[in-house]
Design a protein around this ligand. Structure first.
Ligand code: CP
Ligand code: NVA
Length: 330
């Protein structure tokens, strides 16, 4: 089957077939190898892209920017609060105007509807760099890291996501695993249960792929995990929830004991980053003063051999480059 993603937006993994996700992973591997050989890319020559951020970023912003430049393109970064977008100008108006300057738009912000409207009104490829509901580009990097570190097909891999199981990462994982026939477990407290419509959509996809999508609070769900994944307990925009989350999520912190409970000596630890694993960040230190321990992963696990988080962060670049090349490249 020939896969052609030219002109497509990348808003959610729900919009892509398993074969299309496979194609993007294979392209990521090719582009990673090409970069290691020092071969410059030309696929985005003459193409300008906009990086529109309403929330902060390190990895996503840098990956889009470097990927565009390494393929011969150009990128403009708009930092949160630094344009007319959404405040003095409607999404529909801004989208049509951006499309007069740019060939594609990366957007990071709050509601998923905003990224969808940007695609609808601009008519050019729009890439979701994180919303409250999804973080689909991150999943591609995670899948690539899994394939580099676990020698079995993705369809045999069990991923256990620990912590805030109703956040954007958990939901994008759910769709990604459903599409690829994987086993996904969301392990967290009932107070933060995944939304029923998201579960229903993921399970409907899973019916066609053989995926298993589960959630619960029982530690027995950890058994046989190939990957233990976690994310911050309060996502961007949810800072007021920190005290409650620190209380609810303490039992789901990724510790050496939790890793051992998988029963898999080769289990891999992944985290989208940024992570709280010590008190060396201003936010973790400030919350500690207030009596809240917000570390979602133990420092020992974060720095252990099982942890592939820095490879995972590097893979953001290669996978984002693959998305740009596939949807916009020559
Ligand atoms: N993982 C991730 O999206 O990181 P940034 O917030 O730094 O972009
Ligand atoms: N769930 C986190 C992911 C950060 C990459 C957030 O939305 O803040």
């Amino acid at each position: 089957m020939t896969i052609n993603l030219k002109g497509r937006s990348f808003l959610s993994l729900k919009d892509f077939s398993g074969e299309e996700i496979r194609y993007l992973l294979d392209l990521s591997k090719d582009l990673k190898a090409k970069r290691k050989r020092g071969e410059p890319g030309t696929s985005l020559r003459g193409k300008s892209i906009l990086l529109l951020f309403e929330k902060t970023s390190s990895r996503t912003r840098c990956s889009f920017e470097v990927a565009a430049i390494e393929e011969g393109g150009y990128a403009t970064y708009i930092a949160p609060g630094s344009s007319q977008f959404g405040k003095k100008e409607s999404i529909a108006d801004s989208a049509q105007i951006f499309a007069r300057y740019y060939h594609g738009i990366e957007y990071r912000g709050y509601a998923q509807k905003v990224v969808e409207d940007l695609a609808k009104y601009s008519g050019i490829p729009v890439w979701n760099g994180l919303t409250d509901d999804e973080h689909p580009t991150q999943i591609l990097a995670d899948l690539l890291t899994i394939e580099e570190n676990i020698s079995k097909p993705l369809s045999e891999v069990k991923v256990v996501f620990c912590g805030d199981i109703r956040n954007n990462m958990s939901y994008s994982w759910m769709y990604g695993c459903a599409k690829l026939g994987m086993h996904y477990v969301a392990y967290g407290p009932p107070e933060l249960a995944p939304s029923q419509p998201v579960l229903d959509q993921a399970r409907e996809i899973a019916e066609g792929t053989g995926a298993v999508i589960e959630w619960g609070s029982d530690p027995s769900l950890l058994a046989g995990a190939d990957v233990v994944y976690t994310d911050v307990w309060a996502s961007m925009g949810e800072e007021d929830q920190i005290p409650e989350r620190a209380r609810l999520l303490k039992p789901y912190k990724v510790t050496e004991e939790l890793m051992a409970a998988t029963g898999n000596p080769d289990v891999v630890f992944l985290h989208c980053l940024p992570a709280f694993h010590d008190f060396d960040t201003a936010l973790a230190a400030e919350q500690k003063e207030l009596g809240h321990d917000i570390r979602e992963v133990d420092d020992k696990v974060f720095k252990s051999k099982a942890s592939k988080v820095f490879d995972e962060a590097e893979n953001r670049l290669h996978t984002i480059k693959a998305i740009l090349v596939a949807t916009l490249g020559d």
